[in-house]
Write a protein that binds this ligand. Structure first.
Ligand SMILES: [Zn+2]
Length: 209
């Protein structure tokens, strides 16, 4: 009885000693992790400072490389970086990217951010540039229409009237039956002159009375 109590006590002591040992081990790992995290965040801060220095010196490409490196290394993006990266993007002419990141800064920090005023300033500029780019793009994709050009009708100088298809009458099938109307554009053979044809394309050809 007494012996078994002793054994139990020893066992209990052993178990608690082991548990103690494990907690110490976990603490050690946690401490190491915290130290590593602190070192990482110090490194990230230094990199950001270096990037900002480069940006202020006008070395935007170099700053961009550093900021991109931070984005890869940092587990989460430091809030201030959204401002620095957005501003630097503006200098690089990446305006949509600039708007995106600067907007994030304002969203994250609100009006109390250290760089709020400057951020808004660059946000306005970047937005204006994006609008300009969009205007240029829509100019480029604008459809090219025949009505913008004078069309050569060939040696005859005459074109079969596209309104009546050369039939001289416009045939309309309505609910009350088919109606026939004399074509107000073409001559009695169903032709248009080249000039009339071009006017028609531009919507400028007046119907005859
Ligand atoms: Zn016609």
């Amino acid at each position: 009885m007494c012996k078994s109590l002793f054994v139990s006590a020893v066992l209990l002591f052993g178990i608690s000693w082991m548990a103690c040992g494990q907690i110490t081990q976990e603490d050690k790992i946690r401490e190491q992790q915290m130290a590593a995290e602190a070192a990482r965040s110090t490194m990230i801060s230094r990199m950001i400072d270096e990037g900002v220095d480069r940006m202020e010196m006008g070395e935007y490409e170099a700053a961009n490389t550093i900021f991109r490196d931070v984005l890869e290394k940092a587990r989460v993006v430091p809030t201030d970086l959204t401002y620095f990266f957005g501003k630097n993007s503006y200098f690089l002419g990446k305006f949509q990217q600039s708007v995106d990141w600067l907007t994030k800064y304002v969203e994250l920090k609100g009006t109390k951010g250290q760089y709020y005023e400057d951020c808004l300033n660059y946000l306005d500029k970047a937005r204006a540039e994006v609008r300009k780019e969009k205007a240029v793009e829509s100019d480029n994709v604008r459809e090219i229409l025949t009505s913008d050009y004078e069309i050569d009708c060939g040696p005859s100088g005459m074109v079969i009237c596209p309104v009546c298809k050369g039939r001289t009458v416009i045939i309309k099938k309505g609910p009350l039956g088919t109606t026939y109307q004399e074509c107000p554009y073409s001559d009695k053979h169903g032709y248009l002159t080249c000039e009339q044809y071009n006017q028609l394309l531009r919507g400028e050809l007046e119907p005859r009375n």
